[in-house]
Design a protein around this ligand. Structure first.
Ligand code: ATP
Length: 459
């Protein structure tokens, strides 16, 4: 995987239908991408396994699906209207807009300079860029404007007449949907602290830096879990969620040595602790998810701005308090990109051929089985098997081309099992199942296939 470049991955994704450029026939729209037939399956499966792990199997966790458009007061309370901004500079030569912190981080990575960008002030960033003559990635010149803060929220408006138009925002994070529903969920679910609220949903950020394929986009999905607890337990749960987040990635098939924790050097003023999990992407170590001890900042702010008491009454001690919150947030698209990078492999086969194979965990593979009749006369039998498996799994059927070519087509989209139907199938009701990774084949009774697949895709 290590000689995998982003360019190669983007081409592969386009060729087989994982991800296409957004608005492709109109030459695209920067930082937007569309998921194709196998991409949408992969994405849905990632959401499914995340929900299973962090809601279904997580004690005391409740899901919500909050509206994308929220009362603008929410963003005042959360601080986004005033401080959700990136330091931007414009190239005076080619007019390209760049994030100063990212320019410095990329430069430091390339030149092996040990520097913590998070803690730098605007003046320090400007000084660094001037001293090292950090060039514009587009035109190669170093002639920058001074740094200005650029708010990342997308604005829109609502109202039936021009006069009644009110400014509202596309949410820049899903988290506030969980916070504003804290009281609703606690009451309706009779939830006792500690408990969690989870959500998967779209978020929008006017990111000015083009972002390494789907790593950084202006529209993306977040999978988030807020865990509400007592202050004294918060660091224990923070550590627990760090571990849970890491285990989730390891169980998906990521290698330990390609993941690492990165503790934040600069904490937000309200945070008690914060760290990211980074993955070794083709462009280097970069964040996949964040885990934060946000103290009781968010609920307290909503209490202040909404006038509603965001308190919890402990039924045993009768103590009333605003709970602390441990946030675990992972971008679904960013995780999907990491899964693509982790799965991608090119293998030399006996006979000189090369195969591209995506070693996805079977639970997230787009199709679980590909049904392949060996000859035309077997198509009816193959269709019968395909129809019956279809009731339980995403299955595909491929009747055209040599069997070798058909295996290759499935390998490159990561189908864990190929089921071949041959003349013995008609005689004894057995089929061959070929494993994507080992390419080994086993003979199985048709009626046992579903159980075999079920075991293979367990997560
Ligand atoms: P970054 O430093 O990469 O901008 P962040 O620290 O702002 O990310 P959070 O606000 O903590 O990110 O969001 C949680 C997660 O959402 C991130 O870890 C990442 O997986 C995902 N995410 C954030 N911004 C984007 C984006 N523009 N495109 C895709 N995913 C994103």
């Amino acid at each position: 995987m290590k000689d995998l470049t982003m360019e190669k991955l983007v081409n592969h994704c386009k060729t087989v239908g994982f991800v296409y450029r957004g608005s492709d026939i109109y030459d695209g729209l920067a930082n937007t991408w569309d998921y194709g037939p196998v991409g949408v399956e992969l994405k849905n499966n990632i959401k499914k396994v995340w929900w299973k792990r962090f809601v279904q199997e997580n004690d005391n966790t409740f899901g919500v699906d909050a509206a994308i458009l929220m009362n603008p007061r929410v963003w005042e309370a959360s601080g986004h209207t005033t401080s959700f901004a990136d330091p931007k500079m414009d190239c005076k030569e080619c007019k390209r807009r760049e994030r100063a912190d990212n320019l410095i981080a990329d430069y430091a990575k390339k030149h092996k300079i040990d520097i913590v960008v998070d803690t730098m002030s605007n003046e320090e960033m400007e000084a660094f860029i001037a001293k090292h003559k950090v060039a514009c990635p587009t035109c190669g010149k170093c002639n920058w404007s001074s740094i200005r803060q650029f708010n990342l929220m997308f604005e829109t408006s609502r109202g039936v007449t021009d006069e009644s138009q009110n400014k509202i925002y596309l949410r820049p994070e899903t988290a506030q949907g969980e916070f504003v529903n804290f009281l609703n969920v606690q009451r309706t679910s009779r939830a006792k602290i500690p408990f969690g609220i989870a959500q998967i949903g779209k978020a929008f950020r006017n990111e000015i830096t083009p972002g390494n394929f789907i790593f950084r986009t202006i529209e993306f999905e977040q999978m988030e879990h807020q865990f509400f607890c007592k202050e004294e337990d918060s660091m224990k749960f923070y550590e627990e969620y760090k571990q849970k987040a890491l285990n989730f990635l390891l169980d998906l098939g990521f290698k330990k040595e390609e993941l690492r924790f990165h503790d934040h050097d600069k904490l937000a003023f309200y945070a008690a602790a914060a760290c990211d999990i980074e993955y070794l992407f083709p462009m280097g170590w970069s964040e996949v998810n964040g885990i934060h001890n946000r103290t009781n900042y968010d609920l307290s702010r909503h209490q202040e701005f909404s006038g509603k008491a965001m308190t919890y009454l402990d039924p045993t001690t009768n103590e009333k308090f605003v709970p602390y919150d441990i946030e675990y947030s992972i971008g679904c698209d960013r995780l999907l990109l990491a899964c693509l990078c982790n799965a991608y492999d090119e293998q030399k086969l006996d006979g000189g051929d090369t195969r591209i194979v995506m070693h996805f965990h079977p639970a997230i593979a787009p199709y679980k089985v590909a049904v392949l009749p060996l000859q035309k006369d077997l198509n009816d039998k193959a269709r019968e098997i395909y129809k019956s498996l279809q009731k339980q799994f995403m299955v595909t059927i491929d009747e055209a081309g040599s069997i070798g070519k058909r295996y290759r087509r499935q390998d490159q989209i990561g189908t864990p099992l190929c089921l071949t139907v041959d003349f013995d199938t008609l005689n004894d009701g057995t089929v061959t199942l070929r494993d994507r990774d080992t390419m080994e084949q086993v003979r199985v009774k048709t009626e046992d296939v579903a159980k075999y697949v079920q075991e293979k895709i367990a997560f």
